[in-house]
Write a protein that binds this ligand. Structure first.
Ligand code: TGC
Ligand code: FAD
Length: 394
């Protein structure tokens, strides 16, 4: 039969340049050939070859790809978004590895770091030879990171860090951790400063968190900092206050706007294919009106999610995207993606609960995506604040 994909129905490719489509196709090919054949097994076993994968992703050029210099590819925000979209179409855990490396750890060093810190870490991180993590969240402070208990205190010219971070992606496999701590000393929002911590520093440990039912193809860890001594040169010199870590979150949230819609697209494509061949009551499932209503509604949201992502990508490349606009995209695209994953699961019936198909894996992953990088409620409150001028966080 003559069929159309969502990309075709919305003429999405007409919004991209030839070069952007080429980058997208290259990342898609890499994902389909190198990752998709293994990812269900990694998810089932909750184990990924992170070091090897980081080198492959570095070779592909997607680590810190939107940053300039220091071995980074210097590409546009839209290019970076498209790479996230294609990687998350395979698995959110793979996009997370790339987000945390490029948008959180590398961006923090690139934007807020000293020349020495940049030279030391960025080229190796871009190549995937060193893995980074980003420690902001604590066991008791997730949505409200300003309340953090991790402390950095002076000892002569050094800093001594004590505290714990929780839910840290890449933590146990990282070579370097960007850790945020309250110094109580500096002017600005509660004296929060960032530190570049080589993970072999005595006093640093990163026990892995187990028994996750989501993001299983991703390493998630606790960071324990016990009398961790760092030289003055370990502090990110240019970041003071909560603005430092929040600026990094903008970057990673931007990638998720594209990424989540990639996961949704993969679910929808799977459901369309399944419905075409599955016979129920003697006819293909795709030929029933109830199924078509589901598919049509999901196609609308996948298409609109792309349009929103592309619009925000163009604004970001123009240097004009605001945090509240990033919240629009993060809230909409993750919320719609998880609804789509669950609806597609219904179309697959019992087959939908197995790892033979990607749908339940995406649905479970999206539970984390809905929560990390600002929960849906945090983004509703950001948008609410933008609309009304009233902050309802406290
Ligand atoms: P608030 O008073 O609003 O702001 C404090 C200072 O920060 C500035 N600011 C921002 N700067 C840059 N980008 C943003 N998005 C910013 N939002 C705020 C603000 O201008 C102010 O600066 P200054 O110089 O005036 O002091 O702060 P608040 O304490 O009221 O909190 C605001 C709130 C709740 C929105 C914020 O704390 C927040 O976003 N909470 C959510 C935390 C979160 O998203 N954590 C994510 C951790 S990392 C992660 O999840 C990685 S998952 C793995 C993956 O990405 O794949
Ligand atoms: P809480 O902040 O305790 O929120 C609980 C509930 O309360 C949520 O529904 C929330 O929306 C709601 N809530 C909070 N405040 C309000 C309010 N003012 N009004 C109404 N409702 C509110 N963090 C890092 O720093 N680095 C990482 O690499 C990282 N990776 C992660 C990987 C995974 C797989 C996961 C699941 C999390 C990761 N995180 C990471 C942590 C993540 O950012 C936090 O989980 C998130 O910010 C939410 O914090 P919380 O879990 O403490 O929830």
């Amino acid at each position: 039969a003559d069929t159309r994909t969502v990309t075709e129905l919305f003429a999405l490719d007409s919004l991209l340049t030839d070069e952007e489509r080429q980058i997208r196709d290259t990342v898609r090919k890499f994902g389909e050939e190198k990752i998709r054949p293994h990812v269900a097994e990694w998810f089932e076993e909750a184990r990924i070859p992170a070091k090897e994968l980081a080198k492959q992703l570095g070779g592909l050029g997607v680590l810190g790809m939107h940053l300039e210099g220091y071995g980074c590819a210097g590409m546009s925000a839209v290019d970076y978004g498209l790479a996230c979209l294609e990687l998350e179409a395979i698995d959110s855990g793979i996009r997370s590895l790339v987000s945390v490396q490029g948008s959180l750890a590398m961006f923090a060093i690139h934007h807020w770091g000293s020349e020495e810190q940049k030279q030391e870490w960025l080229p190796r991180m871009a190549a995937g030879e060193a893995i980074g993590c980003f420690g902001l969240t604590e066991p008791d402070f997730g949505s409200d990171p300003g309340g953090m208990r991790t402390r950095a205190v002076r000892d002569g010219g050094d800093w001594i860090l004590n505290g714990a971070k929780m839910w840290i992606t890449n933590g146990s496999v990282a070579d370097v951790a960007v850790v945020w701590a309250n110094t109580d000393l500096e002017e600005g929002a509660r004296g929060i400063r960032g530190f570049v911590v080589p993970t072999d520093t005595p006093g640093f440990s990163a026990p892995e968190i187990h028994a996750k039912m989501s993001l299983r193809a991703s390493v998630t860890s606790e960071l324990v900092l016990q009398d961790l001594r760092l030289p003055e040169s370990a502090m990110l010199p240019k970041a003071a206050g909560l603005r430092g870590p929040l600026s990094c979150l903008n970057e990673a949230r931007f990638g998720i706007i594209f990424g989540a819609i990639g996961a949704a697209r993969d679910c929808l494509e799977t459901a369309v294919d399944y419905a075409a061949t599955r016979l129920v009551f003697d006819k293909p499932l795709a030929s029933y009106q109830l199924t078509q209503a589901k598919l049509a509604d999901m196609a609308l949201e996948v298409g609109k999610g792309h349009l929103l992502a592309y619009q925000l990508g163009r604004r970001k490349d123009a240097g004009e995207v605001e945090p509240a606009q990033v919240s629009l995209g993060k809230l909409n695209n993750t919320r719609e993606a998880i609804k789509i994953a669950r609806e597609c699961r219904t179309i697959l019936g019992a087959n939908g609960i197995t790892l033979e198909y990607p749908v339940i894996r995406h649905a479970n992953n999206l539970e984390s995506v809905l929560t990390y990088e600002g929960t849906s409620e945090v983004h509703q409150l950001q948008i609410g604040r933008a609309l009304t001028g009233e902050s309802a966080f406290r």
